[in-house]
Ligand binder design. Structure first.
Ligand code: 6R9
Length: 658
């Protein structure tokens, strides 16, 4: 396909401004013993379905499938005719293989000294008891169970108990409001809610049960609320409430898992979406477990006998579903599960946990990494983290500077960093380096994994050439893809399959560099149109973060009489940097030098915080309101709504530039 005319802005889909030449080869030892080698790409290229069949064969099936894929676009069915039990695959089969004494989770509570060690044999008993308890409460295969809990062992146990009996779980993040919880309970028509009296958050017990009580006031479909006692705080108890310790503890610790169909639903997980009602993303069993397990094995090079793996996400998000619960347990991994926040009781808590358990694989988010950069290099330097061998990143584009900091200050300049791109909808990792194969480039997610066909296209759905930017699309169905939006097939088609005929459109922009490697450039809704150039927020933010004084940056396009849109930047300085009078000029010049004059921000605002969702993604929509002097829109999904006032109070000083 002919390239777009270089330098003709009206034809360019998305500018490619940032050039990064640092490279990190895979460590020789890791490459020599890697779970997955370059051959996997060739095998998958030669026969994609055979490749996924092999991955599915890593699981234990009650009945093997007869048809690998049935594709009635955009509706996919994988491993038709196959039956398996997800909980059996995640728990029982490891016990049967003689690994019952192996640790599944080292659970670390937020209050100091609060810890539990849960072996696979323990997990088998706990899941069996919980499955029996759900059955006693009348929960049957196909029923929906809403789960609203802190990060305690009963949370993964509840997921597995549902999976075991074929009930469909719908986890709602414990930080959501009663209104958000109610709309999700209603949409899925849940008959049981599992919760706790409360959880620990930043050093204090924080109640959950009252939020459930408020949420279900008008939900007659909810028959029971199963309540774990975690904090011991006072809670109102009504007739439909049942204590976990009363009901679950007296159950038999044996339960026979029944096989379920590969396409039986496993869970619904709501993604907020910026407008309208949340979308209930539906995942099924066989394909989902195949891809979560295989990617966890491949991308983290997990060695179940020696690795200690820690994903710091909350199980309320898809990262926790796929890479704390299903993927790691299917692989028989030993994981750390941490209840609290990174700064409780001190800012070295994560590194203390890495040191305590000898964590070898750490999976966290750019927002956390940038926060650690802001807090200062001296904090991680106090801990022994020589056990670490692979670092992962997920949730947002990782700025090259954050990547290099992560590698150096957390990984001791030894560990590969895998930047993993995926979504709630994709169920599992789609684009990522393989740590024993791929030379890492800071900021790049590199290549689609074997078996995944991702592409970058222009608005006519034509592949862009190397060096070009555009829309990320997925060309072929993959095993862990969402099957639909719960109860709304039409919305599923409209949202993901209507922008480009026959391709899945995730809503992200991307570029393909000169070597053909992929760089994610943020949501296409955030792209800025400056003097006819489409500029991604990610590249300007990364340029700002590459200045030694900047820890974090968010940029938005604001209406401008001259350029159409102008770039407005919000920056958080590093702990060590002082806010000099000419910081704005310094940073604007730095961006112009790094990316070219076209990307020079019109304004720079130094702010103490940025508005983020509860999973840590920057909400640029709200910053656009500030930049265009509008009253700030819907803040209900903000983690901390007071930050918008802090930011707005910074505004007057911004008007003075140029
Ligand atoms: C797993 C998860 C999905 C959106 C996705 C994209 C962004 C996630 C990324 C990334 C660049 C990465 N995203 N990982 N962007 N590089 N490595 O985060 O799921 O909460 O559904 O968000 O997050 O914009 O479309 P989810």
């Amino acid at each position: 396909m002919a390239a777009e005319t270089p330098g003709n802005p009206s034809q360019e889909t998305l500018s490619n401004l940032l050039h990064e030449s640092r490279r990190f080869e895979p460590p020789a030892e890791l490459a020599a013993g890697a779970n997955v080698t370059a051959a996997a790409y060739e095998e998958a290229n030669a026969d994609r379905l055979a490749f996924w069949e092999q991955a599915a064969d890593r699981l234990t099936w009650a009945e093997r499938w007869h048809t690998t894929l049935e594709w009635n676009a955009p509706f996919a069915k994988w491993f038709l005719g196959g039956t398996l039990n997800v909980a059996y695959n995640c728990v029982d089969r490891h016990v049967e293989a003689g690994n019952g004494e192996k640790v599944a989770y080292y659970w670390e509570g937020e209050p100091d000294g609060d810890e539990r060690v849960i072996t696979y044999a323990d997990l088998q008993k706990e899941v069996a008891k919980a499955a029996n308890a759900l059955t006693e409460l009348g929960v049957r295969k196909g029923d929906r169970v809403a789960i609203y809990m802190p990060m305690i062992p009963e949370l993964p146990i509840s997921l597995l108990a549902c999976a075991r009996i074929g009930a469909i779980h719908s986890v709602v993040f414990g930080g959501f409001s009663a209104t958000a919880l109610r709309s999700r309970i209603d949409d899925a028509d849940a008959k049981l809610v599992i919760t706790a009296d409360g959880g620990y958050r930043r050093g204090a017990p924080s109640a959950l049960k009252p939020t459930v009580d408020e949420a279900i006031q008008d939900c007659p479909g909810v028959e029971h609320v199963l309540v774990v006692r975690r904090t011991g705080q006072d809670v109102a108890v009504t007739e439909r409430d049942v204590w976990w310790h009363d009901l679950v503890e007296r159950q038999s610790d044996r339960h026979t898992p029944e096989p379920h169909d590969a396409e039986d639903p496993l869970y619904i997980l709501y993604t907020s979406g910026t407008t309208g009602k949340p979308k209930g993303i539906l995942h099924t069993t066989g394909g989902y477990l195949t891809q979560t397990a295989w990617t966890h094995h491949a991308v983290f090079d997990l060695k179940p006998d020696t690795d200690i793996y820690w994903c710091t996400a909350d199980i309320g998000w898809v990262t926790g579903h796929s890479y704390i619960v299903y993927g790691p347990l299917a692989n028989g991994a030993t994981s750390v599960l941490y209840e609290g926040t990174p700064d409780t009781p001190h800012r070295g808590r994560f590194w203390e946990i890495v040191q305590k358990y000898g964590v070898t694989i750490l999976y966290t988010a750019p927002t956390a990494i940038r926060t650690f950069m802001k807090w200062g290099d001296d904090i991680p330097a106090k801990f022994d983290m020589s056990s670490l061998r692979v670092l992962g990143s997920v949730g947002e584009p990782i700025n090259p500077e954050a990547y290099v900091w992560y590698r150096e200050h957390i990984g001791g300049d030894r560990t590969p960093v895998v930047d993993t791109w995926w979504q709630t909808e994709t169920g599992a990792i789609m684009i990522s380096p393989l740590p024993g194969v791929t030379a890492g480039k800071p900021g790049a997610a590199m290549r689609p994994l074997p078996g995944i066909s991702a592409d970058v296209v222009d608005d006519q759905a034509r592949s862009v050439p190397n060096g070009g930017g555009g829309f990320l699309v997925i060309r072929d169905p993959w095993p862990s893809m969402l099957r639909t939006i719960w109860g709304d097939d039409q919305r599923y088609k409209d949202t993901y399959w209507s922008r480009f005929d026959g391709f899945y459109f995730p809503g992200d922009g991307a570029k393909r560099d000169e070597d053909g490697d992929l760089w994610l450039l943020g949501r296409v809704d955030d792209v800025m149109l400056v003097s006819g150039h489409n500029i991604s927020t990610t590249e300007v933010e990364s340029a700002l973060v590459s200045h030694p004084k900047v820890a974090e940056a968010a940029v938005v396009g604001a209406t401008d009489p001259v350029t159409g849109q102008a770039i407005v930047s919000f920056v958080i300085l590093r702990g060590s940097a002082d806010e000099s009078a000419d910081i704005a000029k310094e940073l604007r010049d730095h961006v112009a030098k790094t990316l070219g004059p076209i990307a020079k921000p019109r304004q720079i605002l130094v702010v103490p915080e940025l508005p983020k969702t509860r999973s840590g993604k920057i909400m640029r929509r709200l910053l656009r309101d500030v930049a265009e002097n509008r009253s700030v829109g819907d803040v209900t999904t903000l983690a901390d709504s007071s930050v918008m006032n802090l930011i707005a109070s910074k505004l007057p000083s911004a008007a003075s530039e140029d």
